[in-house]
Design a binder for this molecule. Sequence first.
Ligand SMILES: Nc1nc2c(ncn2[C@@H]2O[C@H](COP(=O)(O)OP(=O)(O)OP(=O)(O)O)[C@@H](O)[C@H]2O)c(=O)[nH]1
Ligand SMILES: [Mg+2]
Length: 423
Amino acid sequence: MTEKQYNIEDNKVEKVILVGVATRDNEEDIIDSINELEELAATASAITVEKVIQNREGVHPGTYLGKGKIEEIRQLIVELDATGIICDDELSPAQLKNLEELLQCKIMDRTMLILDIFAHRAHTREGIIQVELAQLQYRLSRLAGIGTSLSRLGGGIGTRGPGEKKLETDRRHIRNRISQLRKELEEVKSHRELIRERRKKQGKIRIALVGYTNAGKSTLLNRLTDADVLSEDKLFATLDPTTRQLILPNKTEVLLTDTVGFIRKLPHHLIKAFHSTLEEAVIADILVHVVDSANEQAEKHIKVVYETLEKLGAVEKTVITVLNKVDEPRSDNHLQDDRAYKIVRLSAIEGTGINELLDVIEKKIQEDQIFIQETIPYNNGNILNHIRINGQIINEEYKSEGTYIEAFVDYKTYGEVNKVLKK
Ligand SMILES: Nc1nc2c(ncn2[C@@H]2O[C@H](COP(=O)(O)OP(=O)(O)OP(=O)(O)O)[C@@H](O)[C@H]2O)c(=O)[nH]1
Ligand SMILES: [Mg+2]
């Protein structure tokens, strides 16, 4: 195949036609999915000039759409002066190649678009490496099928990213770069693991904020701590997890981590590449699931979040669901989440309901703990210290035979205390 250039310079606005296939399985979902695709496109600075949905039994294995629809789109591209199309599903290498030949324009898909947004959003070394890795893997799998140059894309979505300049057409080069990035990622990961280990040693309860993108996770983290994390009315404002200490009203210190938002059809490349980041949710003791209750799609979002948690292996965790944005008139009072331990309605922006959330977190932590009343002999200072670090002492008195304490401790500490006191 000859190399093609579609003259999309980086600074030229891309005008795109969004394309989806409505099957019996996704009939109800397709309009919302396409609308979300439009938001994603806007986040990547592309203008949507038209949306086209085809009703079919399933996507066409070779060309994604049927013949007639492709012809219709070909005409639309000319009429609307579109620079490309974005398909709502991940295209196979063959579909990509065939559509490109038939339509002679830039062909993109949801995955490429999300990767592009992630490329802009990544700031930490780990984030940057993860995005580049995901992009290269995605492109490599496309190259395998079409054996053509990536430069055919010209510029714009899909060509931007940490690795863009180094990107060559040569597969071997990409493979080398992938293995180099993997090594780098391992290093960064071991650094992250060290930090995690350290945190674990501190024995603090870890809470992760999870939820659909744009639900208000970062706003809530900022509200609860002095994190100063960027929060924006944009999809995927946060890519790199931020952890802050939060002191609950009863003085328990916990660690709160903001995580990357979820979205329907989160590309598996990303789940794989971002595993170490997404793991924050897996290693947490409690998940605070933030829902934008003013979003018409809130129910669907809740479903997607649980599906994603399942993929990550974090579905068994205790989930406290926060119905956020109750200050908005469109906020839905009747939203339910059967899988949640508790539901709290709040406004991260205005601060209403925050105390209730803190109470629920406290209660959950205490529920998982055992109340002890012990007198610890003065020569057992170590165990007292251990309780101080891992538990929560609510009363402490110095008596002649030792330190009398009333405390909440976890089961492990409870066992250790009993061992030391030889019960
Ligand atoms: N009205 C209202 N808007 C809110 C509230 N909380 C957050 N927002 C807005 O919702 C948008 C998204 O908030 P973020 O905190 O960036 O959301 P996020 O979940 O961190 O999003 P990603 O990082 O993109 O996944 C911002 O424009 C916030 O100002 C709230 O309680 N009420
Ligand atoms: Mg955020």
